[in-house]
Design a protein around this ligand. Structure first.
Ligand SMILES: Nc1ncnc2c1ncn2[C@@H]1O[C@H](COP(=O)(O)OP(=O)(O)O)[C@@H](O)[C@H]1O
Ligand SMILES: [Mg+2]
Length: 365
């Protein structure tokens, strides 16, 4: 993720600001705000009707059986509610919650320490579970299936495995890249919830709820304006709301309408379609430096000064969904509408043109 590598490449800062729109909160103030706005139970959780229904059944059934809930995997792009749902699962099961993440578990011993200190029925949330080390992953298989781990004591020929019984617990894993999870791990989850991008109407509900909690006044059109620029993502909706709140405060606006919201977000370089700086950097690179591709993910990431994983998980899902970017076996390509969105005319010799796409389809009607 942005910032992991220590020093910054030129151009990385701008891209980071874009990525910061969607990636997990890092500043204390931001974290406090996220915590304050997080729905605490399933009924307050907006949208994702299918996942909510499925999850509610899983939890209800385990409550009726008086057992800990099955292990649950949450998959989907950042900011759609994976962490929130993990917390809701613990709350709905009236169970304590332990939080860790794949990158924090580099050795099997790290995981053993966590597992061996769990209490009965505890919910263990492992964020970014696809980034756990291999040995830890293998230990997790056994823990999930048999509630047991083997603690290895000693080294080499003298090493012995001491089996350790674990109390029943519920693992909630979250991943932005379910495809990267090894099959055996995926198979050990009793239920996988695939989170989808939210509709504008759902985001309006998220925003209404947040505005209520923050004591902000917006008109209906004000809510729609922000929702329309939120890229289908509640985290972004809440961040944009905060930016709009700042703008309204400074400009002494007390009821925020569409014009106020639009003006505020234009200033923060979130365009009418919700593209932020990282999205535009990716599209501009693809179009201007690579003539629309195809270009490999890592080359594209270098061109925008970002980690490939950030480009792939933060920018691409949205750009693909918007029909601006395509993934082909030979690499990423800009679709005809990318030129259009950037206010440019698509040259004839592009990958998109070869696909039979034109920047103005009506030309051929
Ligand atoms: N369905 C939802 N309803 C209301 N708010 C939501 C919903 N999903 C996410 N949020 C808000 O968006 C923010 C990010 O959600 P989070 O669960 O941290 O996303 P993820 O873990 O998938 O990256 C949280 O502050 C939460 O309040
Ligand atoms: Mg999260």
């Amino acid at each position: 993720m942005a910032g992991d590598g220590g020093s910054l490449l030129p151009g990385q800062l701008a891209a980071m600001e874009g990525a910061a729109l969607v990636s997990a909160a890092t500043e204390p103030e931001e974290r406090a705000m996220e915590a304050a706005l997080r729905p605490k139970n399933l009924d307050d959780f907006v949208g994702q009707a299918r996942v909510r229904r499925q999850l509610s059944l899983v939890l209800e059934a385990s409550r009726m059986r008086g057992r800990t809930a099955d292990h649950v995997l949450m998959s989907g792009p950042p900011g759609l509610g994976k962490t929130t749902l993990a917390m809701i699962i613990a709350a709905e099961m009236n169970a304590p919650l332990r939080i860790s993440s794949g990158p924090a578990i580099q050795h099997a011993g790290d995981l053993a320490a966590i597992l061996s200190s769990l209490s009965e029925g505890e919910v263990l949330f492992l964020d970014e579970i696809h980034r756990m080390s291999r040995p830890a992953e293998e230990m997790l298989y056994m823990a999930m299936e048999d509630f047991r781990v083997d603690i290895i004591v000693g080294k080499g020929a003298g090493a012995t495995a001491i089996p350790l019984e674990l109390p029943p617990f519920t693992l909630v894993g979250a991943t932005t890249r379910a495809g990267l999870l090894p099959g055996p791990l995926r198979d050990r989850f009793g239920f996988t919830g695939h989170l989808e991008f939210y509709s504008v109407a759902e985001l309006e509900l998220v925003l209404r709820r947040s505005a209520g909690l923050l004591d902000l006044k917006l008109t209906s059109a004000g809510f729609s304006e922000i929702a329309g620029r939120s890229r289908g993502t509640p985290r972004i909706a809440n961040r944009l709301l905060r930016r709009v709140r700042d703008w309204a405060l400074v400009h002494a606006v007390d009821s925020i309408d569409a014009r106020t919201a639009g003006a505020a977000l234009d200033m923060y370089e979130v365009d009418a379609r919700g593209l932020d700086r990282l999205d535009r950097a990716v599209l501009e690179s693809l179009v201007l430096k690579f003539n629309g591709g195809p270009v490999g993910l890592s080359t594209l990431a270098i061109a925008v000064g970002e980690e490939p994983e950030t480009v792939e998980t933060v920018a691409e899902p949205f750009l693909v969904r918007e029909g601006l970017l395509g993934r082909t076996p030979r690499g990423r390509i800009a679709m005809a509408s990318a030129w259009e969105h950037l206010g440019l005319r698509m040259p004839e010799n592009t990958a998109a043109a070869a696909l039979g796409q034109t920047s103005d389809d009506s030309e051929f009607e």
